[in-house]
Write a new protein. Structure first.
Length: 110
């Protein structure tokens, strides 16, 4: 396991589509660069990120800014707002859920 690997608590089904889209991009990259499964998924992702940096350089984009944009998108996609108190909470860290009621509720309101 890579040192970049970390376990996070996930909710079933949350952002599965987004992860699947990303996996398709990584698999296409692996095929184009001749990386094998033996090289590891983490290696392919890291190499793709590096090559995206090269792409940004060639097109005049600030990689750090776009990386920050990606982090903000991720945060927005893994946080929810409690339907009762309107407090934002992290779905991935178990600060609330929507399993029983169909609504997003934080720990305090759930």
């Amino acid at each position: 396991m890579s040192k970049a690997t970390r376990k996070i608590k996930t909710l079933v089904g949350i952002n599965d589509d987004r992860a699947e889209w990303a996996m398709k991009a990584v698999r296409t990259f692996q095929s184009a660069t001749k990386l094998s499964d033996a090289d590891g998924l983490d290696t392919a992702i890291g190499d793709l990120i590096g090559d995206l940096h090269h792409l940004c350089d060639q097109n005049g984009f600030d990689f750090a800014t776009l990386l920050g944009d990606g982090e903000r998108h991720y945060a927005e996609e893994t946080f929810a707002r409690c339907d009762k108190c309107k407090r934002a909470f992290d779905l991935l860290n178990g600060d609330g859920d929507n399993a029983s009621s169909g609504k997003y509720l934080c720990k305090e309101c759930g």
